[in-house]
Ligand binder design. Structure first.
Ligand SMILES: *Cc1c(COP(=O)(O)O)cnc(C)c1O
Length: 406
């Protein structure tokens, strides 16, 4: 194993099903498979590391497969959605509407109306959105429960995607929140509290803990302008998972102990009725998923070996390095022989490419793998979040792959 492939636990099973047998069971490649036991283990690890009175919310956009959302609905306390369609999937699970939150810029009047009618908590992203929401609620004769999503007056370093601080399309700038609250004061709306989400894919426990501390400082300042005691405080998430060889897994114990002392010293004394929520997407599901493809062709071009697989960037864009990454690195990849008798196989260095007619469709660059033949399976790991639904499935017009929850 070279540095390209070393250091990552690579699952050759999903649940207790070997990938080779799973491919037979699914009946066609490529496909995505998600491991419910791995999801459960991740929830259990979070429960044991985080304070008991902090709720866990699943950010559905990470993986909206209905079976996955249904499974997580039973394991976590709340679901966070970012579109009307995600809201339907969340409500279909039987989750209490009050435990569903709806975030995201540009919610349509139709989506706002649906959320109010359902009794979902709406996270307000702008003054105009607040106005639209109140109008929709007035029309329905319902007093909606909302939170204000705050664009913090600080930035969090080390996030793969920054979504707070500076100028943002997300949330209401912290310094203008008091003004927004004043305009909502005499309207028929319950402002339950705040939501602050600073960024995504952060592997640094110290930075995450510091962001949570600054978030609490900020909401304590803003809470003076709330009309009633704060009952909802969503402090975001951003917990990252290791995708690349040099990534170290997040030190969850440190995040948990720092949050426990933050709860003890600041939150419980000052905001005794606030339900504190952490919302996580990829941390719950990312490592529980694989994307399984099959080798269609093996060719040598001027000394380089290419494994051409039947999947690609149209299903798993992030693994091709085209989902916001600055530098392209390989996701962990492994080979599963199609036949039963696996003997010793020599390792070779290959290009793993997808079946799209574009050089962007690169899944593995100079990756060391056991020699794979046509018909063998190539498995892309860490594929449980931002996979199928974050990929341009219509590009090149291939069929959409199946997804299974094992
Ligand atoms: C996307 C998103 C998340 C989930 O981010 P992950 O990196 O998958 O944990 C959580 N909250 C909000 C508001 C989001 O937009």
């Amino acid at each position: 194993m070279t540095s390209e492939t070393a250091g990552r636990a690579r699952r050759d099973h999903v649940g207790d099903v070997p990938v080779r047998m799973l491919a037979e069971r699914v009946g066609s490649t490529p496909f995505f498979a998600y491991d419910r036991a791995a999801i459960d283990a991740r929830v259990a690890a979070l429960r044991s590391a985080l304070p008991g009175d902090v709720q866990l919310s699943y950010a559905v956009k990470a993986n909206p497969m209905p079976a996955v959302v249904q499974h997580l609905a039973r394991a976590v306390d709340a679901l966070d959605v970012a579109s009307g369609a995600e809201m339907r999937v969340a409500l279909d699970t039987g989750t209490a509407p009050g435990a569903v939150s709806f975030a995201g810029p540009g919610k349509s009047v139709a989506e706002l109306t649906q959320a109010v009618a359902a009794g979902v908590l709406v996270e307000i992203e702008s003054p105009l959105e607040a106005e639209r929401l109140v109008e929709a609620a007035d029309r329905l004769g319902i007093r909606p429960r909302v939170a204000v999503r705050v664009n913090p007056d600080f930035e969090v370093k080390g996030s793969g995607m920054r979504m707070g601080g500076g100028a943002q399309q997300f949330g209401v700038d912290a310094e203008t929140v008091p003004m927004l609250l004043k305009t909502l004061h005499d309207r028929d709306v319950e402002v339950a509290g705040f939501h602050v989400f600073s960024g995504s894919q952060n592997l640094h426990a110290e930075i995450l803990a510091e962001a949570q501390e600054r978030t609490v400082d900020l909401v304590l300042r803003l809470s003076d302008d709330l009309p009633a005691a704060m009952t909802y405080l969503n402090i975001g998430g951003g917990f990252g998972i290791p995708y690349y060889t040099q990534d170290q897994p997040l030190d969850l114990a440190t995040v948990g102990s720092r949050l426990e002392s933050l709860m003890a010293t600041r939150v419980r004394p000052s905001l005794p009725s606030a339900q504190v929520v952490i919302e996580l997407g990829r941390y719950l599901v990312g490592e529980a998923g694989v994307y399984v493809t099959r080798v269609v062709d093996r060719k040598i071009s001027r000394g380089k070996t290419f494994l051409v697989v039947d999947g690609g960037m149209h299903h798993q864009l992030a693994a091709s390095g085209n989902f916001g990454q600055v530098i392209r690195r390989n996701y962990p990849i492994s080979v599963v022989a199609a036949g039963a008798g696996e003997g010793e196989t020599a390792v070779e260095t290959v290009q793993v490419v997808g079946c799209l007619c574009t050089p962007l469709d690169l899944l593995g660059d100079r990756v060391s793998l056991p020699r794979a033949e046509v018909g063998d399976l190539v498995v892309v790991h860490q594929a449980g979040a931002y996979g199928l639904t974050a990929s341009p499935t219509a590009f090149l017009s291939h069929p959409v792959p199946l997804e299974v929850l094992v």
